[in-house]
Design a protein around this ligand. Structure first.
Ligand code: FMN
Length: 168
């Protein structure tokens, strides 16, 4: 069993969550690799049995070139291939379990989730076993993560294996 975690992160918060999820997957005895969307492969290696994808919520959805450029103007890292673009380019594997996650700001009545949008587009692209996963909370646009979110992500990572086994 090998899990591949593909993430987008402009201010580092989603990257921290990706690493925390990876630690949880490792705790459950599975192999895991994390990679940013800028360098993630568009052919998923054959040994990957679970794909986890995540990114920041921008304008109620996954980021776009314009939202990333706005963020870069405010000190964020430059990301050329966002999660949306990576999902558009990756070769679909219909039978591969995929689970999404995102980071977002917890504001009452603020709708929209990159995890939800990613799930929808993955299905459209032919990933028939994609599912929406968790949202993790940041205190503000550039972070930090809300207290307890790293631990929650690790715990969630520990449980991912059971989701795959349940679907098998
Ligand atoms: C241009 C832009 C638009 C955003 N729009 C939303 C939004 O609609 N909803 C939300 O919860 N957070 C929004 N945010 C906050 C991001 O979710 C937050 O920056 C992100 O979770 C941080 O992750 P990162 O450090 O990995 O980039 C936005 C941030 C930026 C830069």
């Amino acid at each position: 069993m090998t899990t591949l975690i593909v993430y987008e992160s402009l201010y580092g918060n989603t990257a921290e969550i990706a690493e925390a999820i990876a630690a949880g997957v490792r705790n459950s005895g599975q192999q895991v690799q994390t990679v940013g969307t800028d360098t993630a492969p568009t052919e998923i290696p054959g040994e990957v049995t679970l794909l986890v994808v995540g990114g920041p919520t921008h304008a109620f959805s996954m980021s776009r070139e314009q939202t990333r450029s706005d963020a870069a103007d405010h000190g964020a890292a430059v990301v050329n291939t966002g999660l949306r673009e990576w999902i558009d380019r990756v070769s679909p594997r219909a039978d591969l379990p995929v689970i999404t996650f995102d980071t977002r700001v917890k504001v009452p009545l603020l709708p929209g989730s990159a995890a939800k949008a990613a799930d929808k587009v993955l299905h459209r692209r032919g990933f028939e076993h994609a599912a929406r996963g968790e949202s993790f909370w940041v205190a503000d646009t550039d972070g930090p993560l809300k207290p307890g979110e790293i631990e929650r992500a690790t715990h969630w990572g520990e449980g991912l294996i059971s989701l795959v086994e349940r679907d098998a």
